[in-house]
Design a protein around this ligand. Structure first.
Ligand code: PLP
Length: 396
């Protein structure tokens, strides 16, 4: 057998991709499985974005670009940060990458030394801890259950910070919980971070636009604490807002020296993101934004139905969310009642086998006893899936 690097042992394959693959395999065997694992909108990429990409191909825009993105796309990102977030960046403060995933990967590689600690609120996006481990650093998980709306408190944050902490991650609205921190909550977290000047902050705003209360402006920690700007990275991308997951474009805005270091890492791994996708992302950021409203209205309707129906199932408690296309019900009561089911991993197994519904167990996101449902699938699928869960619950 071939000897592999130790770092391969240190990380897990993505649990969300695994459940999607499992559902696909069962379907290939002829089983009727409704997949609620998807981490991407079920809408097509808008036509004007596709048209921009097609024109880019036809005009021969198919070669290397600058590593950190084309001047035009970086300008579109700068304009976006100004327009939507009130943040001002220069061209040397922006890095365009192959998805938000690479933005965070670059940050971890650029910032972390072996033994450095990274504070990650749990439930978390599955990739943060593993990307930290790939940088030989140590994920420090701070647990926030349903009783605190899955949001960490300032005291918890203070308790997790040490002189080894290099990075704190905030993801709001959150994958998997759908919860968003308020301005006041971010101000309180920021107040704690003021006492730890060596700590860099990453705010992952990937779900910025997928929120229900649009009369309230989106806020991240820099809106609440502008003084933290010199040590905060704002991570975002076009994947979720414009249903462009396959195009692989994410971007980061932040302090010049960190962006420069991230660019250096990217320059020796992928180089520039795909030239064609960059043109498409520019069209997404600069073009009409009405697609987002249409998608968000659809998600909100599905959210309301799913949360209501889930809460009628004895043993399941589901908080309404602030946004994203996930809900994160607590199922401890149901787990107790189902025969042979002792935890959320076994619940996921049970539901895929007995109910033909693929969900992602909460453990994958660092919180046992819960599970994640993606509402990025047709209302018919969703209603059927929840009915199937209700039926196995009623039989237990
Ligand atoms: N951040 C969060 C919280 C996410 O949920 C995702 C995707 O699942 C990403 C970042 C990265 O998305 P992408 O690499 O497709 O841009």
């Amino acid at each position: 057998t071939i000897q592999l690097a130790a770092r391969v042992q240190a990380v897990k394959p993505s649990a969300t991709l695994a459940i999607t693959a499992r559902a696909k395999a069962l379907r290939a065997e002829g089983k009727d499985v409704i997949g609620l694992g998807a981490g991407e909108p079920d809408f097509d990429t808008p036509d004007h974005i596709k048209a921009a990409a097609i024109a880019a191909i036809q005009s021969g825009f198919t070669k290397y670009t600058a590593i950190d993105g084309t001047t035009e796309l970086k300008q579109a990102v700068i304009d976006k940060f100004k327009r939507d977030n009130g943040l001002e960046y220069g061209h040397d403060q922006i890095l365009v990458s192959c998805g938000g995933k690479q933005s965070f990967f670059n940050l971890a590689q650029a910032l972390l030394n072996p033994g450095d600690e990274v504070v990650i609120p749990a439930p978390y996006w599955v990739s943060y801890p593993d990307m930290v481990l790939l940088a030989s650093a140590v994920p420090v998980l701070v647990h926030a259950g349903a009783d605190q709306s899955f949001k960490i408190t300032p005291d918890q944050l203070r308790g997790a910070l040490t002189d080894k902490t290099r990075l704190v991650v905030i993801n709001s609205p959150s994958n998997p919980t759908g919860m968003a921190y308020s301005h006041a909550e971010l101000a309180a977290l920021g107040a704690v971070l003021r006492d730890f000047p060596q700590v860099v902050i990453a705010t992952d705003d990937m779900y910025e636009h997928i929120r229900w209360r649009l009369e309230q402006p989106f806020v991240n920690i820099l809106n609440a604490c502008p003084d933290l700007t010199p040590r905060t990275l704002v991570l975002n991308g076009v994947s979720k807002a414009y249903s462009m997951t396959g195009w692989r474009i994410g971007y980061a805005g932040g302090p010049t020296d960190i962006i420069k270091a991230m660019k250096k890492i990217q320059g020796q791994s992928t180089s520039n993101p795909t030239s064609i996708s960059q043109v498409a992302a520019q069209a997404a950021l600069e073009g009409p934004q009405d697609f987002i409203g249409m998608m968000v209205r659809a998600f909100k309707e599905r959210h309301d139905v799913v949360v209501d129906r889930l809460n009628r199932i004895p043993g399941i408690e589901c908080l309404p969310t602030d946004g994203t296309f996930y809900v994160f019900p607590k199922a401890t009561g149901l787990i107790e009642r189902l025969p042979g089911v002792n935890n959320d991993l076994e619940l996921a197994e049970y539901l895929i086998e007995q109910a033909g519904v693929a969900i992602v167990p909460g453990s994958a996101f660092g919180l046992e006893g819960c599970f994640r449902i993606s509402i990025a699938t047709s209302p018919t699928n969703l209603e059927q899936a929840v009915e199937r869960i209700a039926n196995v619950a009623a039989g237990a």
